[in-house]
Design a binder for this molecule. Structure first.
Ligand SMILES: [Zn+2]
Length: 279
């Protein structure tokens, strides 16, 4: 399993599928793993590593959101204290997400030595900017709907680690499954966090992390620009320069499909009025 980054307290692993990241933070007091994912051998490896790094410590398992690729490893980490947003717990689509994990394993003839279930959450974060101490580290949690219904942005302020889930990727333009209006609001809160200058590393759900402030800004501006250009083109019924956007990314064929879904959702939101779009 490729490792993007190793420091004394942080490792970022990358699945061979969809460049999906699994992040581990470990200190003298605790180990925390984020979105352990995809193939059984990858999840096994992450479980072993976490057991090793977390021996005799508090163990936490955090979900950035409930999209099935991010919850598929849950069953391999029994006994961990789980963290996600309150919306993750209340998500009316949780049965769908679980069904997708099961269907995915079925489609690819994959067997696991644990059961696929929807994660039960011990610490459900309902507020925006909620502060929590984990071990000696101060964490701030922010609600992050838009990409899906129940995103949670996690900022380890003590170490400058910002974990954003499926936002600010360098391999995908915004994929909006839930709400354009809320996606934009989440970008605004991410911008506020990044502009503090306290973020040392930004970790996205798919693609490369970055430690470069200019790159963080560039990803923010790109995301805002994609939403803006698409909104104008749908509102005014004018052409959208999709080829320009696709040329910047490594996997343009699949992205075209996600773009078409973005357009369909944006049209539906437009019909419902600004700020709507919740399914
Ligand atoms: Zn994802």
């Amino acid at each position: 399993m490729p490792i993007q980054l190793t420091t004394p307290h942080l490792t970022i692993h990358e699945s061979q599928l969809f460049r999906t990241t699994s992040t581990i933070i470990h200190t003298d007091d605790y180990v925390l793993i984020v979105d352990p994912n995809w193939l059984p051998a990858e999840v096994d490896h992450l479980a072993e590593l976490t057991a090793e790094l977390g021996a005799g410590k508090e163990k936490y398992l955090l979900f950035t959101h409930s999209d099935y690729d991010h919850i598929i490893g849950y069953g391999k980490f029994p006994g961990f204290t789980t963290i996600a947003s309150k919306a993750f717990v209340d998500n009316p689509q949780q049965a769908d997400q679980l069904a997708q994990t099961i269907a995915w394993d079925d489609e690819y003839y994959i067997k696991r030595d644990y059961e696929l279930t929807y994660p039960v959450i011990d610490l459900a974060k309902a507020k925006d900017g909620e502060k929590t101490m984990i071990g000696e580290d101060q964490y701030h949690f922010y609600q992050a709907p838009g990409h899906n219904y129940d995103g949670l942005v996690t900022f380890n302020k003590s170490r400058g680690i910002l974990i954003v889930g499926d936002y600010l990727s360098n391999v995908e333009f915004p994929y909006v499954y839930h709400s354009f209006a809320e996606y934009r609001d989440t970008l605004i809160s991410l911008r506020a966090i990044i502009y503090t200058g306290l973020v040392k590393v930004l970790i996205t759900g798919h693609g490369d992390h970055t430690t470069d402030y200019n790159e963080m800004e560039r990803r923010l501006e790109d995301s805002f620009a994609y939403l803006e250009e698409l909104t104008l083109s749908v509102q005014n019924d004018t052409a959208f320069d999709l080829e320009k956007w696709l040329s910047r990314y490594d996997f343009p064929i699949i992205m075209r499909k996600f773009h078409d879904k973005n357009v369909a959702l944006l049209r539906a939101e437009g019909l419902l009025g600004a700020g709507a779009g919740a399914k």
